[in-house]
Write a protein that binds this ligand. Structure first.
Ligand SMILES: Nc1ncnc2c1ncn2[C@@H]1O[C@H](COP(=O)(O)OP(=O)(O)O)[C@@H](O)[C@H]1O
Ligand SMILES: [Mg+2]
Length: 256
């Protein structure tokens, strides 16, 4: 069953009278309950735009988006969703538990529930030994992990993560990957964006390749590899993107 769905979802950024940037163009996606779904694409391909439209942070130019059958502005639906933004900003002088307490208060969690969940989450992301440390002194990997914990404070069924491993070293990436697999085992649905091919390859059940706001390909990695006669994700990525660019060039008469 599709727990996240977009129908012809489109976002055009209007930058001036004659300047329109395509953020997303008629994207149709379905993410199934319990899967890890990866949106893959180069910088500027529309990944963040798509996630923000789903969450109601941006308004679409056209098309529709649904999470659990509800439109992005539905308040009840948001209680079931956790979001880790691309470049989260945290107050330097909070400790991990204080940050999580702040997020708990946003969801009006009852004090006992909040305390229990904060302890569990710090354990889950392996930050229980750094409880007194200010975020200012956190490493990049620790910040990513506390961000993940914050996105889980409401015990969401659905997790939406924008580039969760960008800037992490290999150990950090591996830790995040294991964490995502653990969360999947708990039954959560995870939608993540990434431009890291190897990360996506290792954790995602299905992927969508975005380029210049267009959805170029969607399916399991094996399915897509055989469809495009690709040997691996990198090969698939290059093939789908260059064939799109060639078609576009042919349309406009450009010779490359
Ligand atoms: N607020 C904005 N105003 C104008 N253009 C934007 C804005 N946000 C994104 N874009 C443009 O939309 C396209 C998609 O961007 P984005 O969704 O951020 O891509 P990604 O997350 O894949 O890097 C890019 O061309 C980007 O420059
Ligand atoms: Mg982005």
């Amino acid at each position: 069953m599709a727990i996240i769905e977009t129908k012809n979802l489109t976002k055009h950024y209007i930058l001036g009278k004659r300047k329109v940037v395509v953020g997303l163009e008629k994207v149709n996606l379905e993410v199934n309950e319990g899967e890890i779904f990866g949106i893959l694409g180069p910088n500027g391909s529309g990944k963040t735009t798509c996630l923000k439209l789903l969450l109601g942070i941006l308004f679409p130019t056209a098309g529709e988006a649904y999470i659990m059958g509800k439109p992005p502005h539905d308040v009840d639906m948001k209680k079931h969703v956790g979001f880790l933004p691309e470049n989260p900003y945290y107050y330097d002088y909070l400790t991990g538990p204080e940050l999580l307490q702040f997020y708990a208060s946003l969801f009006s969690l009852e004090a006992q529930t909040a305390k229990k969940r904060i302890d569990q989450l710090l354990e889950l992301v392996d930050l229980h030994n750094a409880k007194r440390l200010h975020l200012k002194h956190y490493s990049k990997g620790m910040l990513e992990r506390i961000g993940l914990a914050a996105s889980l404070i409401n015990d969401p069924e659905i997790l939406i993560l924008d580039e969760p491993t960008t800037g992490l070293d290999p150990i950090g990436c591996r830790d995040t990957r294991n964490l995502l697999l653990q969360l999947k085992q708990q039954g959560k649905t995870i939608l993540l964006s990434s431009h890291f091919l190897s990360e996506v390859e290792r954790v995602c059940d299905r992927i969508a390749i975005f380029h210049r706001g267009y959805l170029l390909a969607l399916g399991t990695l094996d399915g897509l590899n055989s469809q495009y006669q690709a040997t691996n994700l990198e090969d698939l990525f290059v093939k789908t993107i260059s064939s799109f660019d060639n078609q576009e060039a042919a349309k406009t008469g450009d010779v490359t």
